[in-house]
Write a protein that binds this ligand. Sequence first.
Ligand SMILES: [Zn+2]
Length: 252
Amino acid sequence: MASIKDTGVTLRRLDFSESSQVMVFFTRAHGKVRAIGKGIKRSTRTRFAVGIDLLEVGDMVLSVRQARQEALATLVEWKAQRALAGLRERLGRLYAAQYAAETTTALLEDWDPHPLLFDGLLTLLDGLCTAEAVLPPTVAYQALLLHQVGAWPEFAVCVACRRTPATEGDLYFSSHEGGLLCRDCEAGHPERRLVDRRGLPLLSGSESPEDAVTTRVPGEGSIVEGVFSLLNYHLAHQMGREPLLACKLVSR
Ligand SMILES: [Zn+2]
């Protein structure tokens, strides 16, 4: 058995038995890790406080069988850094944070480190604690997540003919094809949806989309809802299902 130290955030929490929980952590140095906390719910007399909250950030020590990394790690120590209490003050903030946790859990492989994504998730969670409008930072995180797992789509040209689409008329997006489809090419692709063109400048510019969304999205509104829905459509395709929390964040 080997011990590893890391900082992580709880993405999922499952009851395992009367006294134990299985948690999915996103750790900074080791990526997504599943760990069992034995005795975690029992009492404050254990090494753990009173259990670990969802979306709690802390420093941990894990015991790992190196030869079998697919097996559960064992949580040996947990020291909470911050509880992100502001997330629980408003439902919209909590839904946005849970959406980020859900999509991150689904798209990451176990033991595959993504430190930039980890930092981005913490930036998102910290920002959501005081956010008035939750969609712009959530969209920025969607963009970062898709970039980091190598699934960012093509938004500058049509993926079929490689031409810049006309500036007017219907424009489509295919998740399977990985980007935009112009009107001349869309017919041969059954999996596609219409694109709200007003959000395209945020997605196709030279700066990274997460920066563009952070600096240029004008708060809450139909444009940012359109971008959220488009990126959510693509995330759902990667996940093989619709994220459960998506419907809580936009009305359509
Ligand atoms: Zn085309």
